[in-house]
Write a protein that binds this ligand. Structure first.
Ligand code: ZN
Length: 142
C-alpha cells in the first residue's frame, strides 16, 4: 500500500507514515498519512470520470473530517485522567466502527494513523508498569 504525494504523485510506502510521522517529498510537499486519508482517490485522470471523482473526493473529505473529530474526542478522553478506561475502550470501539463504515477498505491505514495514536497517548499518559500489556486489553478479534 502506498501513499501518493498530492502535488507530484510520487508514491511512498505506507510504513513510512507509522505513528503519525510525516515525510518531506522530493518536491518539497510535506505529506502525512492523515492528510491524504484515504489515499488512492487522486490517481484518476479520465475526464469523463473526473466529476464523479471530484464528488467522491468531496465525500471522502467529509467522512475524513467526521472520523478525525471522533478520533480527536477519544484522544481528549485519554487525556482526562479520571475518565474510566472502560469508557475510553467503548468510545474507541465506536470510532473503529465508524471507520469501518466510512472506509471499509482502509482499516490498515486507520489502525496506523489513529489506533497507533491512541496507543501512544495511552502509554504516555495512562500506563502503569504493573498493568497487563495494554494491547491485550483492546485489540479487537480478527
Ligand atoms: Zn511530491
Amino acid at each position: 500500500m502506498a501513499i501518493q504525494c498530492p502535488r507530484c504523485n510520487r508514491q511512498y510506502d505506507i510504513t513510512l507514515f507509522e505513528f503519525g510521522r510525516k515525510v518531506v517529498c522530493e518536491c518539497g510537499e510535506v505529506i502525512s498519512a492523515e492528510g491524504v486519508f484515504p489515499p488512492g482517490l487522486s490517481g484518476r485522470r479520465d475526464p469523463i470520470r473526473r466529476q464523479e471523482n471530484e464528488e467522491a473526493k468531496r465525500v471522502a473529505r467529509q467522512h475524513m473530517e467526521v472520523l478525525r473529530r471522533a478520533a480527536d474526542r477519544v484522544c481528549t478522553l485519554i487525556l482526562l485522567s479520571d475518565y474510566p478506561e472502560i469508557d475510553v475502550e467503548i468510545e474507541k470501539a465506536k470510532v473503529r466502527e465508524l471507520a469501518e463504515e466510512l472506509f471499509p477498505n482502509r482499516m490498515e491505514l486507520y489502525e496506523m494513523v489513529y489506533e497507533s495514536r491512541f496507543r501512544r497517548l495511552w502509554e504516555q499518559f495512562r500506563s502503569e508498569p504493573d498493568e497487563p500489556h495494554y494491547e491485550t486489553l483492546w485489540r479487537p478479534e480478527k
